[in-house]
Design a protein around this ligand. Structure first.
Ligand code: DP6
Length: 351
């Protein structure tokens, strides 16, 4: 981890300033669920970085004399105290790698392009954007980075804020977690997916059905923790690793059927872990199941390649190729929209 430490001096930050960065959200195809130590995943994961759903953050920094961290967060220009404790934990974890965090008072202004209640995790894009801002600050203070080094450090830092955030730094597909199948992969940061991807996956669509816009009952951190004494955890970690191995030829060959099978198996395994943990919890809602059944019927009746995945919540992500957008959008409007809260869904895509 030495490579992520910077040799900046500790005490001569006399100038304030500001930095801005943008980071997208992502949707996992192979899921991260279960971790050890400080944000070390129990299995490798793979995700699509989204395009339209992103966070933009501006960080103003003013020199200060007192000890401790000082952070104020404004979400859409409104002071938001809910985020501050999480940022202090993040700052404590990253301090060995970012030496100036106690030298400044920080004012973070942040905006998400997606609604807070949409179930799209703003922690991934938010932590990604903040990590990028901090790396930009280091660059301002004289650390020389190539673009690649900047993203790698931001991914390393973002992981310490929220695991899935480290994948969001890269457009397209990103892998986080050491895997025998992916060269250069690491538990400490994500890497851009290094292998050939068939053109059918270009501009792959993700329509997010907003089945439930409420706050979820069980947080991801609690869910990860419940994997520690989970009766099926060991097998789940093996299966996720194997699924990554199976995904590589599917992505190369443009094998949509295999892709869909793996992605759906991953989503259902994630929720099966929730159903069988102690205590058990259910994040799916009746609308989630109803949508999945409709999708399966639709696939029987048409030759469309429309697949679903789920995050740690009730919303359904619909994944399909760009060239099937018309048939899939018709189906969504006519058959799936009814399960969405206020008929709401979001159209996004992976670049
Ligand atoms: C179901 O990254 O939110 O979305 O590391 O505790 O912040 P923390 O967890 P988080 O977990 C995401 C879980 C997931 C699957 C995934 O994105 O891989």
């Amino acid at each position: 981890m030495e490579e992520f430490k910077s040799d900046l001096p500790h005490n001569n930050y006399t100038n304030g300033g500001s930095v801005t960065a943008r980071c997208s959200s992502n949707i996992a195809l192979i899921k991260y669920w279960g971790k050890k130590d400080i944000q070390i995943p129990m299995n490798p994961s793979l995700s699509f970085t989204l395009t339209e759903s992103f966070t933009e953050s501006n960080v103003k920094f003013m020199p200060k004399d007192c000890e401790g961290f000082m952070v104020n967060v404004y979400l859409d220009n409104q002071l938001n105290e809910l985020f501050v404790p999480r940022i202090y934990i993040f700052f404590e974890r990253i301090e060995p790698y970012v030496p100036f965090l106690r030298s400044f008072e920080f004012e973070i202004h942040t905006h998400n392009t997606f609604p807070h209640s949409s179930g799209i995790a703003s922690s991934a894009s938010g932590m990604g954007a903040l990590a990028l801002c901090l790396v930009e600050m280091e660059a301002k203070f004289g650390v020389e980075f190539t673009e690649e080094e900047k993203l790698k450090k931001a991914s390393f830092l973002a992981r310490l804020g929220s695991g899935s955030a480290c994948r969001s730094l890269y457009p397209g597909l990103a892998v986080w977690g050491k895997s025998e199948f992916v060269k250069g992969s690491s538990d400490l940061y994500a890497v851009p997916y290094p292998y050939e991807v068939h053109k059918i996956f270009r501009n792959f669509q993700d329509t997010i059905l907003l089945i439930d816009e409420g706050r979820k009952k069980v947080s991801s951190s609690t869910g990860h923790k419940l994997m520690e004494n989970h009766p099926y955890a060991k097998q789940r970690f093996v299966s996720a690793s194997e699924n990554l191995g199976k995904m590589i030829p599917a992505l190369k060959e443009g094998n949509l059927k295999a892709f869909g099978e793996i992605v759906e198996h991953e989503a259902l395994s994630l929720h099966a872990m929730m159903l069988t943990s102690f205590p058990s919890f259910i994040l799916m809602k009746p609308g989630t199941i109803a949508a999945i059944e409709k999708i399966r019927e639709f696939r029987k009746q048409t030759s469309a390649h429309l697949f679903f995945t789920l995050d740690a919540g009730a919303n359904v992500h619909l994944l399909y190729p760009r060239n099937e957008k018309n048939i899939c959008m018709n189906f969504i409007e006519n058959e799936l929209k009814q399960f969405c809260s206020n008929g709401n869904f979001i159209n996004d895509f992976c670049f």
